[in-house]
Design a binder for this molecule. Structure first.
Ligand SMILES: Nc1ncnc2c1ncn2[C@@H]1O[C@H](COP(=O)(O)OP(=O)(O)O)[C@@H](O)[C@H]1O
Ligand SMILES: [Mg+2]
Length: 257
C-alpha cells in the first residue's frame, strides 16, 4: 500500500479558459498532477501547450477556471489575494526566463528583499552565503545592468532560494542564455535544489535538461500527454483522492470564499 501523505502539489481537473478573439479557448484542459515533496519534475511541450499557464496556476499567480491546485494541502483557489500573497512569500520561489531582477537594487539587495519581506531571521548572512554559492561573492554591490545575463540569472536563483521555499517554479530559466551559460545556470539550480531539498518544477525545451529531472511531464494542447513518473510509485495518482475530486468539481460553481 502507498502511504497517504499530503503531496507538495496537487492538481485535480485543472482547467484554464481564456477569451481569445471573440471566443474562449481552453489553454489548460483537465490536468491531474500529483507532485511529492522533494521531487524534480520537468515540464515539456511545444510552444503554446500551456506550460507557463500551468506554472502560473501552481504559483497562485493565476486562478483556475475549473479544478483545484493544492499546495501542502491548501487549495489556492479558495484564498483571497492577500492570503495568496502571504502563502507565495512563505512557500513559493519563482525563476523567470527574463530574470526579473529589480533594476534599482543591487544584486545583494535583490536577494535580501524577499527574505526581508518575509521577516526571515539571518537574511544578511543567508544573502552572503547564497552570493558565494552562485559564484558572485564579489559582485553583491553591482546593479543588474552591470551584470551579464548569466550572472543576472544566478542572482535570480539566489533570490528564489533565499527564503527556503518549499517549491521552486522555474519557467525556461535558461531560455535567454547561450548554451554554455544556460547549462551553467542549470547546474547551479540543480545543485542548490539538492542541497536545499527543494521541490522543483522546471519548464524546459531542452531534452538534455529534462533528462536530469526525476520525472518528465509533457503537455500538448493543454493536456498531459505523457508523465513518466505518474504510474508506478504513484499508483496512477488517483488513490484516496475522492475528497480532492469533490473539491475540484465544486470549485467551478462555488462562490468566492
Ligand atoms: N492572457 C492570455 N490571453 C489569451 N491567450 C493566452 C493568454 N496567455 C496565454 N494564452 C494562450 O494560451 C496558450 C498557452 O500559453 P502558454 O501557457 O504561455 O504556453 P507555453 O508556455 O507552453 O508556451 C497559448 O495558445 C497562448 O497564446
Ligand atoms: Mg511559456
Amino acid at each position: 500500500m502507498v502511504p497517504m501523505t499530503t503531496p507538495r502539489l496537487l492538481c485535480e481537473g485543472l482547467t484554464r479558459r481564456l477569451p481569445s478573439g471573440g471566443h474562449v479557448i481552453t489553454v489548460l484542459d483537465d490536468v491531474d498532477l500529483r507532485i511529492e515533496a522533494g521531487e524534480f519534475v520537468a515540464i515539456l511541450g511545444p510552444s503554446g501547450s500551456g506550460k507557463s499557464t500551468l506554472l502560473g496556476l501552481l504559483a497562485g499567480l493565476d486562478r483556475p477556471s475549473v479544478g483545484t491546485v493544492q499546495l501542502d494541502g491548501v487549495a489556492l483557489e479558495r484564498l483571497d489575494e492577500d492570503a495568496l500573497a502571504l502563502l507565495r512569500r512563505e512557500k513559493v520561489g519563482f525563476v523567470f526566463q527574463n530574470f526579473q531582477l529589480l533594476a534599482n537594487l543591487t544584486a545583494r539587495e535583490n536577494i535580501l528583499l524577499p527574505m526581508e519581506l518575509g521577516g526571515k531571521a539571518g537574511a544578511a548572512a543567508r544573502a552572503d552565503e547564497l552570493l558565494a554559492r552562485v559564484g558572485l561573492a564579489e559582485r553583491g554591490h553591482h546593479y543588474p545592468s552591470q551584470l551579464s545575463g548569466g550572472e543576472q540569472q544566478r542572482v535570480a536563483l539566489a533570490r528564489a532560494f533565499g527564503p527556503r521555499p518549499s517549491v521552486l517554479l522555474a519557467d525556461e530559466p535558461t531560455g535567454n542564455l547561450d548554451r554554455d551559460t544556460g547549462r551553467n545556470a542549470l547546474d547551479l539550480l540543480v545543485d542548490l535544489r539538492e542541497a536545499e531539498g527543494t521541490t522543483l518544477v522546471l519548464v524546459t525545451h531542452d531534452p538534455q535538461v529534462a533528462e536530469r529531472a526525476g520525472r518528465r511531464v509533457r503537455l500538448e494542447g493543454g493536456r498531459v500527454v505523457e508523465d513518466d513518473g505518474a504510474a508506478g510509485s504513484r499508483g496512477g495518482g488517483m488513490a484516496g483522492d475522492d475528497v480532492a475530486q469533490d473539491v475540484a468539481r465544486g470549485t467551478g460553481a462555488a462562490p468566492a470564499p
